[in-house]
Write a protein that binds this ligand. Structure first.
Ligand code: FDA
Length: 429
């Protein structure tokens, strides 16, 4: 539509808002930076409450992270969500928002929009067809709220404004905008090639808010040269295991790769793993630098060995009953345990059982943000209100989604946090 000298294109026709008078600031009630999961949720809620909302993103394509999520089918939530599914320096922070916008609320919207979905293991909910269905639903929500768009648009400066109606002024490649409420929804650092940036952390720093040091999470781990030499031959092999690191304990598949370890159980514990360098960073989250893997999660391994202790089978062959054969042999060779089982005495069997229950790995590192699903750390939530997501010391400044120090486990929890925090701020701005 034509609006006093500028052309504003609404969401359905195009996500691009064009300003013909770049020197004339345009006033909004709310500006949301980042048109991802949390940003669109927040913009739609605020718009539907009658706020005049502008959403800005520097990417050329809308919500790429949603599009590639869940292997293209978006694991959009989980049936069983609680604070225990999240890592944060402030573990109770997410409780209130998660209680006010639950997986059931999101599912209601999915059903209203006629999106077909299904449940997989561990309560994970996925689209039947495509993650694009979720993007279209969020975009339709923005359209219902008459949200305006500037995309792709670069934000050059943010300056504190003069009064409560114009608390922030943004200089951008589309001109100057002002707003009473500024919502930062710029996400984490994972997958920089589709638009991830540290801009949200910079805004927090500009306004004096603390940051918990970020690090890649839900990410494959690399092994040091000695262990890699033994295990890289096993790339592609997977088995059921329990892995523990710091306070994280998970049971799922472990996968060997050419560079180290992956599979859901490793992705899950990677969020708790930290290198010694990160350990030393001020304000770093607590975790461990070693991972303990139980290779026999389903049974009492000492009893299992005891029942077979009189046989003449090589230990490696015996373990091949429960573990992939090549792994069992490589693991026994590494320890010099390549005798028949009946040649081990009771103490040695105790040691073997302990090693099988607690195979200790010291990863060399991670595959970094290029391969990480999420970022642990971010804007320290102790500086924010858990009801509204507003900064306690900066009226009108809000943070939602992954930019904050709230990180979910694998399984739809990160999107549930994006929906819940976006909804909370959308009701408050
Ligand atoms: P999100 O990253 O979605 O959006 C941030 C937006 O900010 C982007 O559009 C970006 O372009 C924009 N932005 C950044 N810097 C900017 C700047 N300087 N100026 C303007 N705009 C800027 N989670 C889950 O629950 N289930 C799943 O199935 C998956 N699967 C998955 C797969 C893969 C490969 C990845 C990488 C991640 C997942 N995730 C996931 C995690 C999930 O995608 C993630 O937690 C949410 O998208 C976070 O939502 P946000 O809105 O906070 O950030």
């Amino acid at each position: 539509r034509q609006d006093k000298g500028r052309t504003i294109l609404r969401a359905r026709s195009s996500p691009i808002l064009t300003m013909n008078r770049p020197h004339q600031p345009v006033r909004f009630d709310v500006i949301v930076i980042g048109a991802g999961a949390a940003g669109m949720m927040c913009a739609a809620e605020a718009g539907q409450r009658g706020r005049r909302v502008l959403i800005i993103d520097h990417a050329t394509k809308l919500a790429e992270k949603i599009r590639i999520s869940g292997g293209g089918r978006c694991n959009f939530t989980n049936l069983d969500v609680s604070v225990a599914n999240y890592l944060s320096r402030n573990p109770q922070f997410c409780r209130s928002a998660l209680a006010r916008f639950t997986p059931g609320h999101f599912l209601e919207r999915i059903q209203r929009h006629g999106i077909a979905w299904h449940e997989r293991d561990h309560g994970q909910l996925f689209c039947d067809d495509s993650a694009q269905d979720i993007i279209d639903m969020l975009r339709a929500g923005c359209e219902d709220g008459h949200v305006e768009w500037a995309m792709p648009c670069e934000i050059r400066h943010i300056t504190p404004g003069s009064d409560a109606a114009e608390r922030f002024a943004l200089d951008t490649s589309h001109g100057r905008f002002t707003c009473a409420s500024l919502v930062v929804a710029t996400g984490g650092l994972s997958i920089p090639k589709i638009g991830a940036s540290p801009f949200g952390y910079k805004i927090a720093e500009q306004f004096g808010l603390p940051i918990v040091p970020p690090k890649p999470a839900l990410v494959p781990l690399t092994l040091g040269p000695d262990e890699l030499a033994i295990y890289k031959e096993l790339a592609g092999m997977a088995f059921d295991a329990v892995a523990e690191c710091g306070e994280g304990r998970f049971r799922e598949n472990l996968l060997f790769t050419h560079r180290g370890l992956s599979g859901p159980v490793i992705l899950q514990v990677s969020s708790y793993w930290q290198s010694r360098d990160y350990d030393a960073a001020p304000g770093a989250t607590e975790g461990g630098s070693r991972i303990a893997v139980n290779l026999f999660p389903a049974e009492d391994v000492r009893a299992w060995l005891g029942e077979r202790a009189r046989g003449k089978t090589l230990l490696g062959n015996l373990l091949s009953d429960r573990l992939p054969k090549r792994f069992a042999h490589a693991w026994c060779d590494q320890r010099g345990w390549n005798k028949p089982i009946n040649q081990f005495n009771g103490k040695e069997l105790d040691a073997i059982a302990a090693a099988l229950e607690g195979w200790t790995i010291t990863p060399g590192g991670t595959l970094g943000y290029a391969k990480a699903e999420v970022t642990v750390g971010g804007v320290d939530t102790r500086a924010l209100s858990s009801k509204t997501m507003e900064a306690r010391s900066v009226p009108g400044l809000y943070f939602v989604g992954e930019v904050m120090d709230v990180t979910g486990h694998l399984g739809g929890y990160n999107f549930q946090w994006a929906w819940a925090s976006g909804y909370a701020a959308g009701q408050a701005v």
